[in-house]
Write a protein that binds this ligand. Structure first.
Ligand code: PGA
Length: 250
């Protein structure tokens, strides 16, 4: 079955709004022929200008986080409605940095996924094991927990637009990319989990992206794998030329 192919840049805490505009103006002409959907997950402060710079290009703009409530006394947080109002089309949820540095739990992450789906914001749910968990053969157990808890109480009919990102924590920002075989094995396992959470038909349609030290020189072998449908790219997405090379390998 044909699945959507997606390459998403995750800028993390990088770039002012003006830098975002300059970047998009450089990236847009480099990716016109790509068969991948090109996504950029930008800081909140850049969304408005990035959305307008990305108009009439292949590039789709999204956010890096969202709060599950629509409004209220949550200082420093942002809602799905606010993101939609600025033109964001998707949101990264449960990135390992949010889980580790900001103590986000699977239950909290689940609420964000539900809210995003309700408000037409495509969630990119991130999952992945630490080096210690892999060493102790806990990878499958951990992935099962993160997928089952993260996708709890979501009806099959509500997930047309869900995206999953498998990002082994030990590969993020370290230069230690997973081997294509290792990544494929985890992706196949995640697809099996999605089959049991939803159905085979739905699981076959959900794009699963690999993330963790993706670079122009290692992505070709990764994207050739059967269950790998694209990438979530951190460091290598900060320069439009390098990011375009990755996008165009897809
Ligand atoms: P990296 O980050 O490409 O710099 O390893 C990936 C991510 O955190 O999404």
């Amino acid at each position: 079955m044909e699945r959507k192919q997606v390459v998403c840049g995750n800028w993390k805490m990088h770039k002012t709004s003006q830098e975002a505009v300059d970047y998009i103006n450089r990236l847009a002409p480099l990716v016109t022929a790509s068969k991948s959907n090109v996504l950029l997950s930008v800081p909140f402060t850049s969304i408005t200008k990035a959305v307008s710079a990305a108009q009439n290009t292949k590039i789709t703009i999204g956010a890096q986080n969202v709060h599950p409530e629509l409004e209220g006394a949550f200082t420093g947080e942002i809602s799905s409605i606010m993101l939609r109002a600025e033109g964001a089309d998707f949101v990264v949820i449960g990135h390992s940095e949010r889980r580790q540095l900001f103590k986000e739990t699977d239950e909290f992450i689940n609420k964000k996924v539900i809210r995003s789906l309700e408000d037409d914001l495509i969630p990119i749910l991130c999952v992945g094991e630490t080096a210690k968990q892999r060493k102790e053969n806990q990878t499958e157990k951990l992935l099962q927990d993160q997928i089952e808890k993260g996708l709890k109480n979501i009806p099959e009919s509500g997930v047309q637009d869900l995206i999953i990102a498998y990002e082994p924590v030990w590969a993020i920002g370290t230069g230690h990319v997973a081997t294509p075989e290792m990544a494929q094995e985890a992706h196949a396992f995640i697809r099996k989990l999605l089959t049991s959470v939803f159905s085979k038909k739905v699981a076959q349609k959900i794009p699963i992206l690999y993330g963790g030290s993706v670079k122009p020189d290692n992505f070709k072998k990764i994207i050739e794998q059967k269950d790998i449908d694209g990438a979530l790219v951190g460091g290598a997405s900060l320069e439009p030329e390098a990011f375009a090379q990755i996008v165009n390998l897809g």
